[in-house]
Design a protein. Sequence first.
Length: 315
Amino acid sequence: MSAEAAPLVAPRRPRTWRDHVWAGVRWALVVAFAAYLWAAFVHTEFNLYPLYKNAGRVHQVMLDLGHPDLSWYERDEQGRVQLFPPMYMPPPEGQPELRRLDPRSGKPRPGTLPTLLSSMNETLEISLVGTFISVLISFPLAFLSARNLTRGSALGRIAYIATRAVFNVTRAFPPYILAIIFVMMVGTGPFPGVLALAVHSIGMMGKLFAETIESIDIAPVEAVRATGASNTLIVWFGILPQVLPQFLAFSLYRWDMNIRMAFILGIVGAGGIGFLLDQYIRLFKFHQASTAFIIILVAVTLLDWASAALREKLG
């Protein structure tokens, strides 16, 4: 090969003491990470032997989960439908003491399937109300926390800082922590779940709304302002047409997320199907727990398809 055809190779730079130091630092970091990973395995008591030792118990649990309880009425061991216990109605005032059966007694007890379907409906209602409240509150606050709308005056900058602080604080705490706090304040039930989702979603929705407003095209806004329109008309005709489709898409996406969060909130007493699922697992009622899993999976899948279709149509 001729000298002219030989490839040009840049000379290799000699290694300095700094190169050796950085190489040693990198190897030290790798060794430190490996040691920490090993310590994490030890501290978390990672051990596959209990799974092998309790294979029979694991098999029974999986067998129970594979046979969901789809009963519509509660039945006893002989398969007879269980009825509400007889209840006696007090006699009207002034009437002799006669023991009369309450006509409402004797109705069949609802089984696992209707009970879980009712709880699933409660979960959807918790997520819907919490999302709706958060949208109502974060929608006006988003205009006060958009930098391109508030940088013109000192009052606008104060409003920007204050609303951004509200958004940061409300989304700093996970929903289940908020649910625990609200359960302690107002008791168990769906109401603390609604409050937890609403408070947490205000911060998330407000941040998304504000960033959407900050990315608008300023030309339509200036065109509306040039006509002498008021601030309300500027927002109505210059800003809302640009941001409203994204606002609706974000709201649907947030509702989809809140549905999943509502399952977890039920575990801490905030209502919904999560509460029953937690009780079934604690009492080792895996047939009923399997039914809850199926209902949750079907509901989440259907709502995910519907939400994706609506967001696609919105833009």
